[in-house]
Design a protein around this ligand. Structure first.
Ligand SMILES: Nc1ncnc2c1ncn2[C@@H]1O[C@H](COP(=O)(O)OP(=O)(O)O)[C@@H](O)[C@H]1O
Ligand SMILES: [Mg+2]
Length: 239
C-alpha cells in the first residue's frame, strides 16, 4: 500500500492579521569593513517567510545568519537590497505583534521574574489577561514551576525558553529567532520545536529560525542553507 495515497494535506493555517507586514528581503548585500579587510557577510540574499511556516536558516558559524536576521529586523542596514518589513517601519519601530524576536543573548530583564518578563509584551500589546497568557506560554514550554524565579536564578536553557515564551505570548505575525535552541538538549529542543510548530500552524505565525542543530532542521517546514553569504534552499523531500 505504499505510494498509492498521497500524504494527508495539513489543514491550512488560520489567516492572521499581519497588519500588512510581509517578512522577506530582495537581493541583500552587506559588507563589513575593518581597516583594509572586507568581509562579505551577505552576497545577494532573497527570501520570503510565509504565514504559518517554520523556516530553518542553517549554516556554519560566520556564514551570515545573524547579519541576515539583523537586516530583516532593521537592526542593521544592508549596503544594497530591500527588506520588506523595514520599509514599513516608522519612527516607533516594528511592533512585537508583527515581528517578535528571540535574540542570541535573550535580552531578559534581570530585575523581574520570568512570569513578568513574558507578561510584559502581552501587557504592552493590550492583552486582556497578560498574566494568564504568560503562565500558559511558560507552562507549554516546560517552565511552569519557575515562573517566580529571576533570570539569574535559572539555567541558560531555561532563560532561552523564557525568551521564546516572551516572543510567542503576543501571537506575533512573524517570529525571528537567532539560535533559540542553542542551549537546549535534544529532547528539550524537540519539545520546544513541537510547541512552536503547533503554534505556527494554528495562529499562522511565520517563523524564521537561525540554527545549526539537526533537530531544528528536522522540525522545519523549509530549510534554507546559508553558505558564505549566499542562500540555497533544500526541498523537504530531499532531506
Ligand atoms: N560588526 C561586524 N564587523 C565586522 N565583521 C562582522 C561583524 N559582524 C559580523 N561580521 C562578520 O560577518 C560574517 C558573518 O557573521 P554572522 O552574520 O554573525 O554569521 P553567523 O551568525 O552565521 O555566525 C562573519 O565573518 C563575521 O565575522
Ligand atoms: Mg549568529
Amino acid at each position: 500500500m505504499t505510494g498509492r495515497h498521497a500524504a494527508p494535506t495539513p489543514a491550512p493555517p488560520r489567516p492572521v492579521d499581519t497588519g500588512g507586514a510581509v517578512l522577506g528581503c530582495q537581493d541583500l548585500h552587506k559588507t563589513y569593513r575593518r581597516g583594509r579587510e572586507h568581509v562579505h557577510a551577505l552576497r545577494g540574499v532573497t527570501l520570503t517567510v510565509h504565514p504559518g511556516e517554520v523556516v530553518a536558516l542553517v549554516g556554519r558559524s560566520g556564514s551570515g545568519k545573524t547579519t541576515l536576521l539583523n537586516c530583516l529586523l532593521g537592526w542593521e542596514t544592508p549596503d544594497t537590497g530591500t527588506t520588506t518589513l523595514t520599509d514599513q517601519t516608522n519612527d516607533t519601530g516594528t511592533r512585537w505583534e508583527q515581528v517578535a524576536v528571540v535574540p542570541q543573548r535573550f535580552g531578559l530583564l534581570e530585575e523581574i521574574t520570568l512570569l513578568d518578563n513574558v507578561a510584559l509584551p502581552a501587557r504592552l500589546a493590550g492583552h486582556p489577561d497578560p498574566t494568564t497568557a504568560a503562565t500558559e506560554m511558560l507552562t507549554a514550554l516546560g517552565l511552569g514551576d519557575l515562573t517566580d524565579r529571576a533570570p539569574s536564578e535559572v539555567s541558560l536553557g531555561q532563560a532561552q525558553r523564557t525568551a521564546l515564551a516572551r516572543a510567542l505570548v503576543v501571537r506575533p505575525a512573524y517570529l525571528v529567532a537567532d539560535e533559540p535552541t542553542g542551549r537546549l538538549d535534544d529532547e528539550t529542543t524537540t519539545h520546544v520545536l513541537g510547541v512552536l510548530r503547533d503554534l505556527c500552524a494554528t495562529t499562522g505565525t511565520g517563523a524564521l529560525i537561525a540554527s545549526h542543530d539537526t533537530t531544528t532542521i528536522t522540525h522545519a517546514d523549509r530549510v534554507l542553507h546559508m553558505n558564505d553569504g549566499r542562500l540555497e534552499e533544500t526541498r523537504a523531500d530531499a532531506r
